[in-house]
Each structure stands twice: as structure tokens, then as C-alpha cells.
Design a protein around this ligand. Sequence first.
Ligand code: NAD
Ligand code: FES
Length: 285
Amino acid sequence: MFKIISNTEIGPSVHRLVILAPRVARARKPGQFVIVRKKESSERIPLTIADADPQAGTITLIVQAVGVSTKAIVATPPGDFLQDVAGPLGKPTHLERWGKVACIGGGVGTAVLYPLVKALYEKGNTIYTVIGGRGAKQVILADELREFSKELHITTEDGTLGRKGLVTIVLEDMLSGKLPCPDVVFAVGPVPMMEAVADMTRSRGIPTIVSLNAIMIDGTGMCGCCRVTVGGEVKFTCVDGPEFDGHKVDFKELRNRLSMYRQQEQKALEEYCRVEEQIRHMKQS
Ligand code: NAD
Ligand code: FES
């Protein structure tokens, strides 16, 4: 059992959880993730370790409540427990001193970007960070990322913060010379965003690393659930990734696989909301 030390809402339905997990906190490296289960009967949710404090024995996870299982995780108050926090899993980020690195985060993918930015900065790279969301409220971790970034660019689709548009408008400026052109790009966020970034950098030969959020079960390469095709080869996101060469990922296949259980997820969510409503009603009456 893993104790929740704190649970703070940092954006609409996005929570920062600090969890007591001393062994994971000591062993984790940037880019790795854990698989969390709220209860023994719960779905397994892969979550990137956003930060860790080995001395305090804690890890930080940033969780967006989108389905039944993530809603149950973020509803866990401080002092309460999660059944499992298994990890660290996945390959750590490959770190080099490349020079100028553009780190691009879309929406809640910014939470996955944060430990990468920190590690790339500590390796001696100059970081140009771009983060974006639908509106100002969906932009997360701006202050934390500013600390490690030479420049921090913010975009919102509704123009309520930073430049109006998608994160790729800033990348366009980088590639056209209006802003410093990066030697390497890291992109984390929705699949269409990572695909768009990879498409833009491919012809210029700028290495582009993406972090994939495949559906996972065991997280150890046994079940095949997190299968992706990279450069024509089958890879398992949990053991071969989660980071891959964005120019080689079959994004279409990934999109299809991610939408495979959408109907079941929607049904389960409706049932969860119905039961929650009933409980609320009973408490009120
Ligand atoms: P969102 O759809 O609101 O998009 C966030 C931002 O990403 C947008 O504001 C825009 O700047 C950029 N973006 C989106 N589509 C784009 C496109 N086609 N071209 C260029 N830029 C684009 O995202 P959200 O709702 O905050 O995040 C949820 C999504 O992020 C889910 O799809 C989830 O699976 C994914 N996600 C991915 C990871 C990962 O590790 N890759 C981690 C967490 C969440
Ligand atoms: Fe089972 Fe990756 S989650 S093989």
C-alpha cells in the first residue's frame, strides 16, 4: 500500500499527487513510469514519474481524471492509500549534451515533459520550452518549467494566455529562423500533436523524440497490449519505450489502438458517474 502525502488540483481535473514510495523514489530515472492501481480490482494505469525526492522517499505523479480509474485515483485524499505503485518501468530518457533542445508539451502531456526538461537541462543543454493548451486553465507547470528553460513559450487555442494557436506555431518560427532553431526536439502530448511535430522536423533532419502513451496492462513486455510499430519493427512501449524516434513511429496505428476501447471506457464512465450521483443524493437526503 502506498500512502498519498498530498493531492492538489493544478488544472481542470488535473491533480499533482505526492506519494510515499521510497524504493521507486530511489531507483527512478527521468522518463520512467509506474503502473498504479487504486484497488486490487482496479484497472492498471501507467503514469510518468514527474519528479522524485529520494530523501523524503516520495514520487510525484500528475494525473488527469478522464476515465473511471483515473477519477478514482485523483479522488484519493491525503493520508489514504493506493493499492499498487509498480515501477520504475520503461527505459530512462537517453540523455546527451546536444546543445539547443526544443521541448514541446501539449496539454497534460506537459506533465511527462517536465522531468525530461529538468534532466536535459542538468545535462548541460539549452532548453527552449513550448507548452500549450486549449485555454489558460489547461496550461500546467509553466512556473516549474521556466526555471530550467532559456525561453518558455505558451500557446492557447482560445488566446487566453500566450500566443493564440497550437504549439506548432512556435516550432514553425524555430524552423523558419525567427526563433533559435533546435538541434533536437522532444515532443509529448496528444498523438496528432506529436505526429505534426515529427512531420515538421523530418525534412530538416532534426532528431525528434516522442513519448508514447500506449494502453498498458502488465508493463513488463509480456501481454503485448502496448505494441507500436517503429521503423517497421514491432516494439513494446513499456520495455522498449516510452520514448521513440518520432520520424519512425506509425502514428496511424497508435491512434487506432488507443481508440479500441473508447466505447467500453465511455460506458464504464457513465456507470461510475451514475453511482457517484446516487451516493451524493443519499448523503444529502
Ligand atoms: P489537447 O487535445 O487539449 O491538446 C493540447 C495541446 O496540444 C493543444 O492546445 C495544441 O497546442 C496541441 N495540439 C493538439 N493537437 C494538435 C495538432 N494536431 N497539431 C499541433 N498541435 C496540437 O490535449 P489534452 O486534452 O490536454 O491532453 C489529452 C491528450 O494528451 C490525450 O490524447 C492523451 O492521450 C495525451 N497524453 C499523452 C501523453 C504522452 O505521454 N504522450 C501523456 C498524457 C496525455
Ligand atoms: Fe504488456 Fe507492454 S504493457 S507488453
